[in-house]
Design a protein around this ligand. Structure first.
Ligand code: NAD
Length: 485
């Protein structure tokens, strides 16, 4: 059932979520968000500024001692219940995600919403399982460690998988006793606000999760600068990551950064070439290519180059963008007019620098639609081979042997993910250990699980989300000494 709030557009105005209640922005300001599929007004949000962030952080700070001391079984129960409520509201949440981002409804229903719920189920289990150690030290002493929550976590997320990325930050932070102020992206704040309500319904006390909507340079920057925020957990663009890290230095707060990518997807001639080429289409164009791990550089062994290019071009031509609310649609519009302009300028640049446009590249309105675009004859020094486009644009690059593939794979400032397709086990594992990336997929692509650590190297950032790894980053160790004699 699609709920109350979605039956007519534009949606009713949304407000911040502070202390388990809606709140207007202190200055009474708002901003507008458009529906990417139509270009029409979708919703008006409260425009958060410093004073709104201050109210949210004060609420989170006041709630921290109580939540940190809450019985871990109770924290586990709240998180599990939140996962169940997310699943119970799957239709509505998926619908909101589509209206906000333009992603196909089938993807939202099968990935975004259920994976967000999984994240809550997974971290529910960890609430009772993270603990310190006893350490054998010299002398008559008992030494043990306590793993303590950090305090208020500032979570800042991008627009491409809003609910899922919010879940990845909120669930582990709450599991280990932190409180959170979440700043969702200005392009897609709807499901973050719903998450606040869902957690309140699950029994989360007021102030433990607060959501402040607004612009990055206003609400986001105020959160980063706030002295009572212990850590900023950021996912977004590399440039923004740099700004955040500089700004966080003033208060010496911890920072983790999940940033951009330009991931190589490498197909060797000894792979199941047709399967690899078909998978390369989804690797590049899933979610309109608006995915940080997109396999946006397709490295193909020269002797199968033309065969792969043909399969990829055919596959891309079948992914024509359409109405994202139609269950048959595989590709929706891009998230905003500004982003469409950016992606189109990269397509022009690719042509101007001499790459061959094999297919796609046209845009149409209303809405921010662009066709999946495949470039061949791409050289490593071209802009479309180096910069993150974050749209449906694929650069196909030939190579001759494994050493050349490894060299080209690393010829980027990013290091988020890589794909390797071969039937040769030694080659696959050898290359997996050579490639500088946070995640490597062998004979598959874009696999994620709440249990498996995920993050980048080089300018794709640092810190890990998912799995146990993030819990260590969201807690600090205290060493306690007890004299025994
Ligand atoms: P963005 O960096 O523009 O914005 C991300 C978030 O940061 C938004 O909420 C924005 O409001 C906020 N922000 C912007 N300026 C800020 C500032 N000065 N201080 C504090 N907050 C600020 O990124 P985007 O356009 O929303 O998303 C696209 C980028 O996100 C791409 O580069 C993509 O690769 C990256 N991304 C990375 C991952 C990952 O896991 N590594 C996942 C998804 C997206």
């Amino acid at each position: 059932m699609v709920e109350r709030s979605i039956q007519s557009l534009p949606l009713s105005a949304r407000r911040h979520w502070i202390s388990n209640q809606e709140a207007d922005s202190r200055a009474g300001e708002t901003f507008e968000k458009k529906n990417p599929a139509t270009g029409e007004l979708l919703v008006t949000h409260a425009r958060g500024r410093r004073e709104d962030v201050e109210a949210a952080v004060a609420s989170a700070r006041a709630a921290f001692p109580g939540w940190a001391k809450t019985d871990p079984n109770e924290r586990a129960r709240v998180l599990w219940k939140a996962g169940e409520l997310i699943m119970a509201r799957l239709e509505e949440l998926a619908h909101l995600e589509v209206l906000d981002t333009g992603k196909p409804i089938t993807n939202a229903k099968t990935i975004d919403v259920p994976r967000a719920a999984d994240t809550f189920f997974y971290y529910s289990g960890w609430a009772t399982k993270l603990h310190g150690e006893t350490i054998p030290v010299r002398g008559p002493f008992l030494n043990y460690t306590l793993r303590e929550p950090l305090g208020v976590i500032g979570a800042i997320i991008p627009w491409n998988f809003p609910l899922l990325l919010a879940a990845r930050k909120v669930a582990p932070a709450l599991a280990v006793g932190n409180t959170v102020v979440l700043k969702p992206p200005e392009e897609s704040s709807l499901t973050s606000l719903e998450l606040g309500r869902i957690l309140a319904e699950a029994g989360l006390p007021p102030g433990v999760l607060n959501v402040v909507t607004g612009h990055g340079e206003e609400a986001g920057a105020a959160l980063v600068q706030h002295p009572d925020v212990a850590k900023i957990s950021f996912t977004g663009g590399t440039e923004t990551g740099r700004v955040i890290m500089r700004s966080a230095a003033d208060t010496l707060k911890k920072v983790s950064l999940e940033l951009g990518g330009k991931s190589p997807n490498i197909i060797f001639a000894d792979a199941d070439v047709t399967a690899a080429a078909r998978a390369a289409v989804l690797a590049a164009f899933y979610n309109q290519g608006e995915i940080c791990t997109a396999g946006s550089r397709l490295l193909v062994e020269r002797k199968i180059h033309d065969q792969v290019l043909e399969v990829v071009s055919q596959g891309a031509s079948k992914m024509q963008p359409g109405d994202p609310l139609d269950p048959g649609t595989q590709m929706g519009p891009l998230v905003s007019e500004a982003h469409l302009g950016r992606v189109l300028s990269y397509i022009e640049r690719g042509q101007a620098e001499g790459a061959r446009r094999e297919i796609g590249g046209s845009s149409r309105g209303p809405g921010y639609y662009v066709e999946p675009t495949v470039f061949s004859g791409v050289r490593e020094d071209m802009t479309i081979a180096r910069e993150e486009i974050f749209g449906p644009v694929l650069a196909v690059i030939p190579f001759d042997d494994v050493d050349e593939a490894a060299r080209i794979a690393d010829a980027t400032e990013f290091g988020l993910a890589a794909g390797i397709w071969t039937r040769d086990v030694s080659k696959a594992h050898g290359l997996a250990s050579r490639v500088r990336a946070g995640t490597v997929w062998i004979n598959t692509f874009n696999r994620f699980d709440a249990a498996s650590p995920y993050g980048g190297v080089k300018q794709s950032g640092f810190g890990r989300e998912n799995g146990r790894a993030v819990l260590e980053e969201l807690t600090q160790l205290k060493s306690v000494w007890v004299a025994l004699a």
